[in-house]
Design a protein. Sequence first.
Length: 180
Amino acid sequence: MTTSDWLLDIALLLVVFRQLREGRIDARFVLLPVGIVSIVAHSYLHSIPAAGNDLLLIGALVGVGAVLGVAGGLTTRVRYDGRHSLAQAGWIAAALWIVGMGSRMTFQLWSDHGGETHIAHFSQVHDITSSQAWVSAFVLMALTEVLTRVGTIVYRGWRAQQSAPVTNGRESARPTSQLV
């Protein structure tokens, strides 16, 4: 792993820790994680191999990313305070994020430090044709996890705002203890 690999992986892991404090669901909330994972995708996603069972591997990991992302979005506390939608990741959301992003980093470390023969054997047995299939699968898993998590939270924030009571044409704040 290069220094930039470490920095990008750590940045993705730190995104959720930043959200352990409640914050507004705004452009920065969306752009920071999407921007980081877009850099990763641009750096590593050069092709999507389609031979053998490559697409099956990619589809399986994209599915895992989607499940982790939606679950992380649903386990993040979202509320509307009368002016802004707010989100706060709990420990379950943080754990799901770490599982997703940490698994990619762990796989990369393992493949760089002795796991390559196991990966090659697994790939041969399961007709995975290239190392690019693994790279594509993990990058698309990360991209899917980020997009589904952020999308779920943004949607829940919008729903919280839409369900806020309206009084005389002005929205009134929901009690802070009431969560969506």
